[in-house]
Design a protein. Structure first.
Length: 58
């Protein structure tokens, strides 16, 4: 199953609020650590390190 949205980032720490507004969720912070990606526990948005094997645009 593919994640609903993939966001390429340059930092290891990311935040997600589900896009804000009425369809959003509380802001949460995630650390990638040694992984090349992390997924939001609320909306399944996937954050990937830019240029990593997990980056679909790399």
């Amino acid at each position: 199953m593919n994640p609903p949205e993939v966001v390429a980032v340059e930092t290891e720490r990311v935040s997600c609020d589900g896009g804000g507004g009425a369809l959003g969720h509380p802001r949460v912070w995630y650390e990638m650590g040694d992984e090349d990606f992390v997924e939001c526990g609320y909306c399944d948005r996937r954050f990937v390190r830019k240029g990593s094997p997990a980056d679909p645009g790399a």
